[in-house]
Design a protein around this ligand. Structure first.
Ligand code: 3IX
Length: 225
């Protein structure tokens, strides 16, 4: 399994979407994608109430069947099994913003090229805030996750201490969005990272994040007895 220590682990090495570590995760990615499509259909359609109720019942049944399988609450519990991938690999699958097996995530793809960070994402109608545009909270969340990855270029990884976002113009839905970022400075446990979000080559938001490598160990922070 790859080394997960924050100082050496670079989970996002390529512009290609990282392949799933097993056929199990490949199948989960497919289901997550089907659920994203379902969300998109739900917020863009006006079916009869009867059809809506039927759909609820069908989905509840499906949920019961899935819930009846082994359960792991959170990426750390999955990692503890030592059968479902390392914590870094699980980040690709379960992360709220970037996880490809998490239907709430828009499926952010990120990678480093030397000291520069790049990313791509597309947000459908389920992410709408102002009519036709991405909700500002999602813009901030995408930038937070992206800056969090980009900090790795500075040699350490930490939690977001502060996040500043300047919204320059509305970010369009259903549009390929590009991210680019870099480490501005590293000062002890603190890393300052800046990034831009672009639509059709125009910057829609600029951000700066301060990331702090925690004083306590990751083990103390994330692992339960
Ligand atoms: C760490 C995660 C790594 C996981 C690694 C495993 C696999 C990962 C694979 C990929 C991971 C890649 C990226 C993931 C990372 C980020 C993306 C997601 C981002 C998030 O979604 S993350 C959730 C939101 N985030 C929080 O939930 C933080 C809650 N918070 C805390 O957990 C503590 O608060 C902490 C740790 C921040 C600091 O605690 P601490 O005890 O280590 O630090 P301490 O108090 O000693 O301060 C030391 C110096 O930082 C200054 N300072 C402290 N806090 C500050 C703040 N907020 N703003 C400005 N300055 C601050 C002090 O003023 C002092 O400054 P000075 O030295 O100059 O006096």
């Amino acid at each position: 399994m790859p080394d997960d220590s924050p100082s050496t682990f670079n989970p996002f090495a390529s512009a290609e979407i990282t392949p799933p570590v097993s056929s199990h995760w490949a199948a989960k990615r497919e289901l997550a994608q089907a659920l994203r499509e379902l969300s998109n259909t739900l917020v863009t359609s006006a079916p009869s109430e009867e059809l809506l109720k039927q759909a609820s019942a069908t989905i509840s049944e499906l949920n019961k069947a899935l819930a009846n399988s082994p359960r792991y609450y959170g990426s750390q519990e999955f990692a503890n099994t030592q059968e479902h991938g390392s914590r870094g690999e699980l980040n690709y699958e379960l992360n709220a913003i970037g996880g490809l097996s998490n239907p709430l995530s828009p499926g952010l793809n990120m990678w480093l090229e030397g000291k520069l960070a790049f990313g791509k994402v597309k947000c459908g109608y389920a992410y709408e805030g102002p009519p036709g545009f991405v909700h500002g909270g999602y813009v901030a969340a995408i930038l937070d996750q992206f800056l969090g990855m980009a900090q790795i270029a500075g040699g350490q990884s930490g939690m977001t201490g502060t996040l500043h976002v300047r919204y320059l113009r509305p970010t369009p839905l259903n549009t390929d969005l590009d991210l680019r970022g870099s480490v501005d400075r590293v000062d002890g446990r603190k890393t300052v990272v800046t990034a831009e979000l672009l639509a059709n080559g125009e910057v829609t938001a600029r951000s700066e994040g301060l990331f702090i490598r925690p004083s306590n160990t990751l083990k103390e922070m994330f692992e339960k007895d």
